[in-house]
Design a protein around this ligand. Sequence first.
Ligand SMILES: Cc1ncc(C[n+]2csc(CCO)c2C)c(N)n1
Length: 201
Amino acid sequence: MQGLSCSTSRIVGCRFSIYPMTDNFVEVILNALREVDTSKVWMETDDVTTCIRGRSEHVFDVAKAIFIHAAKTSVHVVFNGTFSVGCPGDSEGNSYMSMNDERLNEEASIKEKVEVATQIALYPLNNPDYLQIIAEQVEVAKEHGTFTKGVHYASRLDGDANDVFKTLEQSFVNVYKTHEHSHVAMTATISANSPSKKEAI
Ligand SMILES: Cc1ncc(C[n+]2csc(CCO)c2C)c(N)n1
């Protein structure tokens, strides 16, 4: 179809918000966005979300660092985001894909110990084997020790933010590497410092 062919681009993107549940939420959001090194990703923030795009490792590095930066204030904060790769129309035509693979925020992120509760859902969009592919990534999360249980429409992961982000990244990369023209979306809701208990309330 003219103009709608699936791009072979491997540019990864994430559109996300963080929601710090505190009166000074503006400060927490803006400090997290400012103090993380975002020089290896394309980034745009508006009044609803932030979008980051570039190489997979830098998109995950920056998303994790922004969330951890907000969470280390001890405020109850939630990250809600959609990761995407292979979206038709998302072109690689910018310099961010030629960055080297050295992660700019990993050293600072791994110093922080932040417990998180997470619900993720993987969507291998153009793959008829999607159920099998999702099941394989549940096994990966079990191997990582982050998988807690399946819930309706999602899998629950608990643990340190660094470990949970490792599972998110590994699952997403495993799925999009399945074939050259894969189009994959993954949603993640990540909560830290919640006053709620873990059970349904
Ligand atoms: C990561 C992230 N990016 C953008 C917003 C939207 N937002 C809500 S309040 C605020 C600060 C004042 O403008 C902004 C940018 C968000 N919540 N989280």
